[in-house]
Design a protein around this ligand. Structure first.
Ligand code: FO1
Length: 312
């Protein structure tokens, strides 16, 4: 069975690990968000691609959900000793190797999709990981700076340095309109038996992937089942609420399903706390959605798969 899933960072990667456990024989293609990517110290860093690659490849720092396990920060300390920042983005020594290899390959003319394939040759995540586009897309956030004045900051600065504590006036995936789906993305969606939307951030992760022309339409032609990233009226992890507020969407399982739309979603898994949710045109089912451990996550992924097969 061919499964396709657009995925962002931590929540998406954990869900995919559960999906692998629930459907060990399935051929899974992950379309990775690249809107979080940032250039630092002359290197190209792809947080969401790396979180999927490390999580499924066994190298992730499990507590953080990002970066490598057994990490050290000597290079970062040395850079700071030269007064070279930013210091707020925790790049570890092992992680630097990934960004050096990626940057070298990009500089040699390889597209990001080929670079990602090469990096995955080492990590063997057990899924095909394709970036949403080989063209650069970067999410920037307009904030009303406490120091006065409205300015745009890179998503990572808002997310990591500011902890999304300053309200986002707007969130824009710069370059998305001009971006083309990476080779294989549309073909994989078209050939999919099942499409699942993990509980990734619906704005800056799945939303960014859908903003690449052609991708939303490709998904609309398929049976899509999503897993709500919101339980009760709060995000399970991360700061999806800050992102949803920025685009005027209420932080609720129903509002997120509405936001995706019934043209895109056929099924929507919500937590028992949201069992009363109804969305016209979308089949809503409720079950525990807390990915508290690998078996719980596999059960969630299995339920999403079952619903997709039922609706197909
Ligand atoms: N998130 C943090 O909250 N603090 C960090 O210092 C940090 C560093 C970092 C380095 C590499 C990487 O791939 C991810 C990193 N993240 C960090 C997570 C990242 O900001 C988010 O995971 C995604 O961009 C959102 O899904």
């Amino acid at each position: 069975m061919k499964i396709v899933a657009p995925a962002g960072g931590i929540g998406g990667a954990r869900f995919l690990r559960g999906l692998q456990q629930a459907a060990p024989d399935a051929e899974i293609t992950v379309i990775g968000n690249t809107g979080d990517d940032i250039s630092l110290f002359g290197l190209r860093v792809c947080p969401d691609l790396d979180t999927v690659m490390y999580t499924l490849g066994g190298g992730i720092n499990e507590e953080q959900g990002w970066g490598r396990t057994g990490e050290s920060f000597t290079v970062k300390e040395e850079l700071l000793a030269y007064g070279v920042g930013p210091g707020w983005f925790g790049l570890g020594d092992r992680d630097f190797a990934t960004h050096i290899v990626r940057t070298q390959m990009l500089a040699a003319g390889y597209p990001l999709s080929a670079v990602t394939e090469a990096l995955c040759d080492r990590w063997k995540p057990g899924v095909r990981l394709i970036p949403m586009s080989d063209d650069q897309v970067e999410t920037h956030v307009v904030i009303d700076d406490p120091d006065g004045g409205r300015r745009a900051v890179h998503f990572q600065e808002w997310w990591v340095r500011l902890r999304a504590s300053v309200p986002a006036e707007s969130i824009t995936a710069i370059g998305a309109e001009e971006a083309k789906p990476a080779p294989g993305v549309l073909e994989a969606i078209e050939a999919a038996d099942v499409v699942l939307f993990p509980p990734s951030n619906p704005v800056v992760s799945v939303g960014t992937i859908l903003a690449v022309p052609g991708i939303r339409e490709a998904f609309e032609a398929k049976t899509v089942v999503g897993v709500s990233p919101i339980i009760g009226d709060a995000p399970v992890r991360g700061m999806a609420d800050a992102c949803l507020t920025a685009i005027g969407v209420e932080t609720s399982a129903r509002a997120v399903a509405d936001h995706y739309g019934s043209g895109l979603l056929n099924g929507w898994l919500v937590d028992e706390a949201d069992a009363s949710v109804e969305v016209p045109g979308i089949e809503v089912r409720s079950r525990p959605l807390l990915m508290s451990d690998p078996d719980a996550t596999a059960a969630i992924a299995g339920a999403a798969l079952d619903l997709a097969r039922e609706l197909a």
